[in-house]
Structures are given as C-alpha cells and as structure tokens.
Design a protein around this ligand. Structure first.
Ligand SMILES: CC(C)(COP(=O)(O)OP(=O)(O)OC[C@H]1O[C@@H](n2cnc3c(N)ncnc32)[C@H](O)[C@@H]1OP(=O)(O)O)[C@@H](O)C(=O)NCCC(=O)NCCS
Length: 184
C-alpha cells in the first residue's frame, strides 16, 4: 500500500514508519491500557499525553544523539498502527543505541513484537551501522524477556532497584546484542 509517511523498513507483515497525526487514536487506545502499562513507568495516560507524544514524533528524526525516536509499527496491508519501537541514540556514544517496544494487547501473541524488533535490528545494524544495541526490562516482564531472548539478545546484567515505577524501585535486566553477534 502507498504510505504518506516515510517508512524505514518492512518485514513480512509489518512496516516500521514515521508516526502520523492520524495515529493518535490508536496510540492512545493501547498506551492507556493497564496491561500494556503494567511494566512501564507511566500510569493514568491521558489523550492529551498521546497528542503531545505523536506531535513530537511527527517532527523527530531517528539517529540524533541524546534523543529517543519512536517508530510506528503498522500492519503493511492496512497501515493500521499496532504498536511502536523506540530507538534511543546515546549522547556520549552514539554508536551504541537502546531500544524499547510495545504491541497493542489485541495484537500480542501473534509474533508481531519479535517481527518488529528483528526489523529494527536490521535497520540499526545494516542501515545505521551501529556497534551495539542494549535494552532494559523489568525482571517481572516475562513477555519482554522472552522476546529479547527469541531475537538473540544476551542477558548482560541484573540492575538492582534501577528505575522508579508506580512508587516502587524496580530491578531490571540489561540485555545486549553486538553487531558481531547479530545474524539475520
Ligand atoms: C513484550 C511484547 C512487545 C511482546 O509482544 P508479542 O507480539 O506478543 O511478542 P512476540 O512476537 O515475542 O510473540 C510471540 C508469541 O506469539 C506467538 N505467535 C503466534 N503466531 C506467531 C508467528 N506467526 N510468528 C511468531 N510467533 C507467533 C508465539 O508462539 C509466542 O507465544 P507465547 O508468548 O505464548 O510463547 C508485548 O507483550 C507488550 O507490548 N507488552 C507491553 C509493553 C512492554 O512491556 N514492553 C516491553 C518494555 S521493555
């Protein structure tokens, strides 16, 4: 299908593209779901938060040191937004990037999360030529841990009380994948 927004990479079923103002409704719908927010820092997500987030992402560019860029994950057949993948380019060492990922509840369990992250890995290593990708996950987030290990990440550390979520200090695992370890 024809896209109005720039697209970065495609997989079998998905396109990772720029966010568009038309995504606000779908983005708000999954971001405000308690199940999706369970292991994330936000709570009580408002429609105005979604509008501001999308507005910022419409103007953002990927691969800017010190910034987060959010790729919209869309079903290629319909251009429907079903989630997002984040790319944080580190300020002091931009050859290392951090990623994050979310898939709307009704689209989970179909392999879309790992398909989107595999596409992101190809973009990061092949197109951007990065050296290393890191990801942090709440130690209780079994789906996220399973996804990271499924696509080849290695557990590199257990970080005690590493972020504050919903009033509590939470342990995280740090996962990593070096360019030299990555295989398609
Ligand atoms: C983590 C998250 C992105 C995983 O999304 P997902 O799309 O379900 O993840 P996967 O691609 O790994 O899905 C794999 C599951 O789909 C199943 N599946 C069904 N059809 C499939 C297909 N065609 N290809 C691959 N897997 C398929 C797999 O068997 C697997 O099932 P299982 O979980 O019972 O083992 C999702 O749970 C989420 O958004 N959580 C909330 C946000 C969050 O916590 N993000 C992480 C922050 S670090």
């Amino acid at each position: 299908m024809e896209y109005n927004e720039p697209s970065y990479i495609q997989s079998n079923r998905l396109t990772l593209r720029h966010f568009s103002k038309r995504d606000v409704e779908s983005f708000y719908a999954y971001r405000s779901t308690p199940e999706v927010a369970k292991f994330q820092s936000w709570e009580n997500y408002q429609y105005s938060d979604a509008e501001q987030f999308v507005e910022k992402q419409v103007q953002n560019k990927p691969n800017q040191p010190g910034t987060w860029f959010q790729f919209a994950v869309a079903l290629t057949d319909t251009n429907q937004l079903i989630g997002d993948c984040a790319l944080h380019t580190l300020l002091d060492e931009p050859r290392i990037v951090e990623i994050g990922f979310t898939i709307a509840s009704e689209h989970q369990g179909k392999g879309y999360g790992s398909e989107a992250v595999r596409a992101l890995l190809t973009y990061v290593f092949k197109t951007l030529g990065k050296h290393k990708i890191i990801a942090f996950t709440d130690v209780r987030n079994d789906h996220s841990i399973a996804l990271l290990e499924r696509v080849g990440f290695r557990r590199e550390g257990h970080l005690l009380q590493n972020y504050m979520s919903k009033g509590k200090w939470i342990d995280e695992y740090q996962y990593s994948l070096l360019h030299s370890e990555w295989s398609l």
